[in-house]
Design a protein around this ligand. Structure first.
Ligand SMILES: [Zn+2]
Ligand SMILES: [Zn+2]
Ligand SMILES: [Zn+2]
Ligand SMILES: [Zn+2]
Ligand SMILES: [Zn+2]
Length: 559
């Protein structure tokens, strides 16, 4: 079934198995294309734009996702989780004469919100969407790490800086999509590697520089065998100065563009399209998803079953539709940060609730509508009435309207995947944050005056203010950061952490799929004299330089 997206006006396809799902959860078919749907959900997720803000209850200063001025109160973690306030005291009577979602918006602007989403962490003030970390700084969507900084999507790692999607690793720098690595730097897609630099798609390799598609290599440069001495010499040469490091980065970019890639980073998956997927079965448009079954249009998900149009969902979520941010919830439609809930719809920041509709900030509640309690019978009757009205308005089943996001588009993850400028965002109904964080023009070290090698840097740098060569924002070097650079023999960065993050994001493929065919023409393959005829969905757009192979050809050639 073809349809024109209400938002971007592009045509999109509703698949037969999507229709089965919509019938199951009893919602109409979506009005927007999968990309616009994802953008709307992500506009509710501010992961990394942090502000100094006072808790509106205990008045202590702290770090928050919200600036000082907001329509709703913001409470620190301790206050929000205390019994010093009662979310049900904000309960509202449903007014039949007004649209339900307008009333939900009014409630959202009254109920206190939690300053940061952090659990069980020690000395981690500047982290968010994070849990069980120790001594970490500016890490996001991260769990179980120690002494890490400036990273996103990291897990079970120690002393890694400036990494993205890196797991179970130690002493790594500028690594993306790496697992089980030690002392690796400036590399992507490494598994079980030690001291590998500027390399792409390597498994079980050691002491390599400028290598691609390597398996079990040791002491290789540009995929050629060298000895220990040559490797050490090359490494010292590269790390000697910022200038030589930049040259190495450029060389790596060239090598990487010519590497062989599989159409998708997909492992143990069956009948599933997307990228960065592991053990996924029956699904379309899955990105950064593990162990999924019969689920589609998901990103950043683990163990989902029968879910559609969700992102950031973990701990076996089941039958969810249009949810952003959840742990272990079941049978929910349209929600933001719905944790351990069942049958909670059109709600925000609810924990351990069942059968709630249009609620905000509740914990352990049943049969609530707009934070007001009802008997089971009353609840079911009123809920039906509201759903019917929302169906007539054409909003039931759709995600929460973007204007109800507490964030500006430019503060959220939506900005990282969809580059709308202010004008376009406002036209699309999104909010925009005018207050910017950070300072400009306060630098004590001018552009071009940062010492070229780390040997010339001492503790005095900790008192200096640097300036980002790209966006002119001021930044500082922290003590643990300096110790890390010294230990790894790395020159100081010339960009602030946000610009470094953007550079890493741009190396990862977009969350978008193109239909292409295998580029393999190798005659020793099963397709023999003819070019391989396999077709696939891939996140490599047709204008990219990489040689894109189907699973078979890649396995035969690389593994
Ligand atoms: Zn669209
Ligand atoms: Zn407080
Ligand atoms: Zn910058
Ligand atoms: Zn092929
Ligand atoms: Zn082939």
């Amino acid at each position: 079934m073809q349809r024109v997206c209400k938002n971007c006006k592009k045509e999109f396809k509703i698949q037969d198995k999507d229709l089965v799902f919509y019938e199951q959860v009893n919602v109409p078919t979506p009005l927007c294309c999968p990309e616009c749907r994802a953008m709307k959900r992500l506009s509710f997720r501010n992961e990394r734009t942090l502000y100094h803000r006072t808790c509106d209850l205990c008045k202590k200063d702290g770090i928050s996702l919200y600036p000082q001025k907001t329509p709703f109160p913001v409470y620190c973690h301790t206050c929000w989780w205390s019994d010093k306030w009662d979310p049900t005291s904000y309960g509202m009577e449903y007014d039949k004469t007004k649209p339900f979602l307008t009333q939900f918006g009014e409630l959202k602007n009254k109920v206190p919100r939690i300053a940061l989403l952090v659990i069980d962490s020690i000395n981690c003030d500047y982290t968010n969407n994070a849990g069980e970390n120790k001594n970490c700084y500016l890490i996001f969507a991260a769990e179980n790490n120690e002494d890490c900084a400036y990273s996103r999507l990291i897990m079970k790692s120690r002393s890694i800086f400036d990494c993205y999607a890196t797991y179970e690793s130690e002493l790594c720098y500028e690594c993306i999509d790496c697992k089980g690595c030690f002392k690796c730097m400036f590399s992507e897609r490494l598994q079980e590697c030690i001291e590998v630099l500027f390399s792409f798609d390597m498994r079980n390799c050691q002491n390599c520089i400028f290598c691609t598609n390597g398996r079990n290599l040791n002491y290789c440069i540009e995929n050629k065998q060298y000895g220990k001495e040559e490797y050490e010499k090359k490494k010292t040469e590269i790390l000697a100065s910022f200038t030589s490091l930049e040259q190495a980065k450029n060389k790596y970019t060239e090598l990487r563009a010519k590497s062989k890639v599989k159409n998708a980073l997909s492992t143990k998956s069956n009948n599933a399209t997307g990228d960065y997927i592991y053990n996924c079965h029956n699904g379309i448009n899955l990105f950064d998803v593990r162990n999924s079954k019969d689920s589609s249009y998901l990103a950043d998900a683990e163990d989902p079953l029968d879910c559609q149009d969700c992102n950031n969902l973990y701990f076996k979520p089941e039958r969810l539709y249009n949810v952003m941010g959840t742990l272990q919830s079941t049978n929910c439609i349209a929600g933001v940060y719905i944790m351990y809930c069942n049958e909670v719809h059109y709600s925000d920041s609810c924990y351990n609730c069942a059968s709630c509709f249009g609620c905000v900030g509740l914990n352990k509640k049943n049969y609530f509508i707009l934070n007001k309690e009802y008997s089971k019978e009353e609840y079911l009757k009123l809920k039906e009435e509201i759903v019917e009205k929302m169906r007539k308005e054409g909003v039931y089943g759709e995600f929460i309207p973007v204007e109800l996001s507490p964030f500006g588009f430019n503060e959220t993850l939506a900005k990282e995947y969809f580059d709308l400028d202010k004008e376009k965002a406002l036209r699309g109904g999104f909010n925009w944050q005018e207050q910017t964080t950070g300072t400009y023009g306060k630098e004590t070290i001018k552009k071009g005056e940062i010492p070229d090698s780390i040997e010339k840097v001492d503790d005095k740098i900790l008192n200096e203010i640097l300036v980002c060569e790209e966006c002119n924002k001021n930044f500082r070097i922290t003590k643990s950061e300096l110790d890390f650079y010294k230990r790894m023999n790395l020159p100081l960065p010339h960009k602030d952490f946000e610009c470094r993050h953007k550079d890493r994001m741009s190396k990862r493929n977009p969350r978008k799929l193109w239909h292409r065919s295998c580029m393999c023409e190798l005659k020793n393959h099963i397709h023999g004299e003819n070019k391989c005829v396999n077709e696939f969905e891939t996140s490599y757009s047709p204008d990219r330089k990489e040689i894109v192979y189907c699973e078979n050809c890649y396995q035969q050639e690389v593994s």
